[in-house]
Design a protein around this ligand. Sequence first.
Ligand SMILES: Cc1cc2nc3c(=O)[nH]c(=O)nc-3n(C[C@H](O)[C@H](O)[C@H](O)COP(=O)(O)OP(=O)(O)OC[C@H]3O[C@@H](n4cnc5c(N)ncnc54)[C@H](O)[C@@H]3O)c2cc1C
Length: 502
Amino acid sequence: MLKAAPAHAFNLGEKVEGKHIIILGAGLAGMTAAYELNKLGYTCTILEARERTGGRCWSIRNGSLNTENDKPTATAVFDEGLYFNAGPSRIPHHHQLTLHYCKELGVPIQVYNNVNEGAYYFAEGKGPLSNKKIRVREVHNDIRGYTTEMLSKAMDHGNLDSGLTKEDAEKVLNYLAAEGGLNIDKLYKASARRGYIESPGAGDKPGKIGDPHKLADIIQSGLLDPDFYNVAEYTYELQMTMFQAVGGMDQIAKAFEKKLKPFIRLGAEVTKITNTPNGATIIYKDKLGEHSISGDMCICTLPLPVLSNINNNFSGDVSRAIDYVEYMKTGKIGLQFKRRFWEEDDQIYGGITHTNNDLTQIFYPSYDYLSKKGILIGYYNFNDKAKRTGELSYAEREKLALEKGRLVHPQYDKEFEKSFSVTWHKTKYSMGGWGEYNSETRKTYYPALLKPDGHIYFAGEHLTYLNAWMAGAFESARSVVTALHGRVTEQRIKYPAAGVKG
Ligand SMILES: Cc1cc2nc3c(=O)[nH]c(=O)nc-3n(C[C@H](O)[C@H](O)[C@H](O)COP(=O)(O)OP(=O)(O)OC[C@H]3O[C@@H](n4cnc5c(N)ncnc54)[C@H](O)[C@@H]3O)c2cc1C
């Protein structure tokens, strides 16, 4: 009788000895690979160009340094105890491998509030509802109300329910009424769901419900445009419950680092990767100069835009894939305020305000509620908006975040203290947010990187269908460890005298 396997058991069986694996990059993929290979008896050396581990899993706090390719190195000067996550900020509840490593390494997690009906939509433009902050709950409930009313009316005219029995049609009508908050006449009128203009209270204060916005006003103000209707909480990855690591997402990287310290060489920038007949040779440089290191195999987790500029003798297919896979342009700015006005004045506790301007999103912190100060993510943008913002100087980015942000929160003027911005596609050793495949690049280039090129394996979020997620780094690392270990143990069976011990 076999016991049921625990979730994410990763027991690859027999151990080996005397095998040296060189791992390029101490991000989550590289450190996970080393952590699991160590368990199997391998000796690992991790070469990491930065003076810190974690790669994109990075939280900005006082003293954090960022180097963008066209700018001097910037240093964060936030108050002690405050931070924002420049990279990952949320863990979906179904990313079990991410949660598994938090558990195995003892990283405490807390709920991350990704969905907040009390946050705002802010549409710049010429419509009747433009240039004002509107609570998300007003727009959501008005649109839901109007569309369910339309469907109800269409069903009443027999336009939609021809395939349904009378009883089933009745049930759909009841559902529409409940979903949209329709009245007895199947009309959408104001309901408490969209909030009060006077809150209910004691005695003779029943509260006053706000009138719905007109559907035409919502449409003409751009609030039905993709900036807003692509509601984050509907997507599989962003549905609640979501989590974050307590004290910053980089606590996950730090927990790996603690286990792997003797094997990590920080400040070691890889400059050349060579497949040799018996293994791999890596050239790297650090403060002391240039060094060469050889191993039986290598796992390369460097982001492709970085790898593309490193000397190598990879096969043509692999080189093409490295050059042609695109990466997301993305950036964030952290803004420290001396007062948590979004909580005190606006009753916003976590969640996201969406805009159609270059800010795209304002993220409210999901930690230290009700405390004195806090850091908002003043923009988190993508593609062209991130490209435009990334071109600006640090001071200009701050100016933009404040100018646009004060349209939503005029309190910015009085409460702002300091900022720190990161443009990932300009950040040395990352050069992009995450791998962005289209159907063509997924078909043409992706498969070449899933196989080893000689003695070199490739791992990282870019080698999964979990792009932009830490879970991608973990899944990919495990997949490569499985393949590598399979090859080593198979060789041992085939060539017992070839020096593979264990
Ligand atoms: C803005 C942003 C938001 C994100 N949001 C989320 C989220 O909410 N939730 C989530 O789960 N995930 C999120 N992610 C994704 C997550 O951060 C990544 O998928 C994951 O951290 C990638 O890990 P990796 O090991 O594959 O790559 P990396 O972390 O990039 O690791 C590669 C390592 O290689 C090093 N390196 C580069 N060049 C060299 C060189 N020449 N020599 C030696 N070392 C080198 C780098 O310094 C780095 O440490 C986000 C990412 C970004 C950028």
